[in-house]
Design a protein around this ligand. Structure first.
Ligand code: NAD
Length: 418
């Protein structure tokens, strides 16, 4: 893998860029480029056919300076330690940008969950939880869903942790079902956050977001939610994709029907509508549209295709979809890139609300969740936008100026132990 495409190298490069912009203390810059701890675990699972398979799992804490670690768990055959380190690093900056009292963490298991039965997936999740049990907990590190993990996986983690500790501990994970301490609005939160930030930016640019055209890569929790919110407002969604294919229709896709199709585990490539054209994920990224929302995986916009991007705004639903080299090209082209740590921060924001609700055993109504989410994310957006205008820098570097500034202050106040 080239340095341009290694997510942890990308994260470190982003730290160098902001350090230069801010004149950051070189000691703090180097400290931020390391993770506090990485745990690699082996997960032996007795498969349904009686064979034993051993999977590799990870949990990484990038920084707990501003609070307990927070970050999702990803199940994917491609997960590796450097990817998890990068994702943990971005979580630190995301929480800091929103001024949440949380640090950055992330986890993953190298597995294709589609190849496991439900019972195998449960055994894998419970054994992974047992292996990482000493580094998670409501005041240590609180996992949440990410690619291919959902509320069912969170229930198993919560139950395994609670059984081991001898007390029911809902606050050990967020993104749980509502019946066992989950929060209303959490499943939609990341998409909802993108929706609020989109409206904030369109207001600045004098665009009516309802009249724009959209392309969304990834049609899971994040991509599916934002596509639905936009569709419900009458916006035209020209293309979407999942791992199997992209589909394109100039007249605008019927998002509710497509959501119904993928809800039962179907791939988009098997969806039948003669009007829809199949395109590759690469073609989708460079499709002409007003707003591009990458909401799948890292490195989708790199130096090789950045020049061909044909949109006005990119809202990063995914973590790390744009490389630093691509960022430079997009900035020159005048494309506004709302960075991941801002655009997709609605998820961690409502995860934080879930965590508070669990600790207090007092649960909020949906209108309070969305009102508070909007307030926090729009505040972060306004400050990011202001700094980007003032310093004439892109929105990513501006967001990092805020996030790294807060972290550096916290590090300075705490000092280095011992
Ligand atoms: P998900 O598993 O619900 O959906 C992922 C989607 O991306 C699916 O449609 C899948 O088919 C597609 N996909 C997976 N691998 C792909 C590949 N190699 N090429 C093209 N498409 C691919 O996951 P999600 O929770 O929606 O997460 C998507 C992105 O958003 C990730 O980068 C994740 O880190 C980020 N994110 C998620 C949350 C959250 O709350 N779930 C919060 C913040 C950021």
């Amino acid at each position: 893998m080239t340095t341009e495409l290694n997510p942890f190298d990308v994260a470190k490069k982003q730290i160098d860029i902001v350090a230069k912009e801010m004149g950051l203390d070189p000691n703090i810059r180097e400290y931020l480029k390391r993770v506090e701890r990485s745990l690699i675990v082996s997960i032996p699972i007795m498969m349904d056919d009686g064979s034993l398979k051993i999977f590799e799992g990870y949990r990484v804490h990038h920084s707990t300076v501003r609070g307990p670690g927070k970050g999702g768990i990803r199940y994917s055959p491609d997960v590796n330690l450097d990817e998890v380190k990068a994702l943990a690093t971005w979580m630190t900056f995301k929480c800091s940008l929103l001024n949440l009292p949380l640090g950055g963490a992330k986890g993953g298991v190298r597995v294709n969950p589609r190849k496991l039965s439900e019972r195998e997936l449960e055994r894998l999740t419970r054994r992974y939880t047992a292996e990482i049990i000493n580094v998670i907990g409501p005041d240590i590190d609180i996992p949440a869903p990410d690619i291919a993990t959902d509320k069912k996986v969170m229930s198993w983690i919560m139950d395994t942790y609670s059984m081991q500790k001898g007390r029911s501990t809902p606050g050990v994970v967020t993104g749980k079902p509502i019946e066992i301490g989950g929060s209303v609005g959490r499943e939609q939160a990341t998409g909802m956050g993108i929706y609020f930030v989109l409206q904030g930016l369109c207001e600045k640019l004098n665009f009516n977001y309802k009249e724009l055209s959209y392309v969304v890569q990834g049609f899971g929790n994040v991509g599916g939610t934002i596509a639905e919110l936009l569709y419900n407002d009458g916006c035209k969604i020209l293309a979407i994709s999942d791992i199997s294919t992209g589909i394109f229709y100039e007249g605008g896709l019927d998002i509710p029907k497509l959501l119904e199709w993928v809800k039962y585990g179907n791939y988009l490539k098997d969806y039948k509508d003669d009007r829809y054209k199949l395109i590759t994920n690469d073609e989708l990224i460079t499709s002409k549209c007003d707003i591009l929302i990458p909401a799948a995986i890292e490195n989708q916009i790199a130096k090789d295709n950045a020049n061909n991007i044909d949109c006005k705004i990119i809202l990063e639903g995914a973590n790390g979809p744009t490389t630093p080299k691509a960022d430079k090209i997009l900035f020159k082209k005048g494309i506004h890139v709302v960075p991941d740590i801002l655009a997709n921060s609605g998820g961690v924001c409502v995860s934080y609300f879930e965590y508070i609700q669990d600790i207090h055993s007092y649960f909020w109504k949906l209108d309070r969740i969305n009102k508070e989410l909007k307030r926090i994310i729009i505040e972060a957006f306004e400050e990011t936008y202001r700094i980007s205008q003032k310093r004439k820098i892109n929105l990513r570097t501006a967001a990092y100026v805020i996030a790294v500034g807060r972290l550096a202050k916290a590090i300075e106040l705490r000092g280095f132990f011992p």
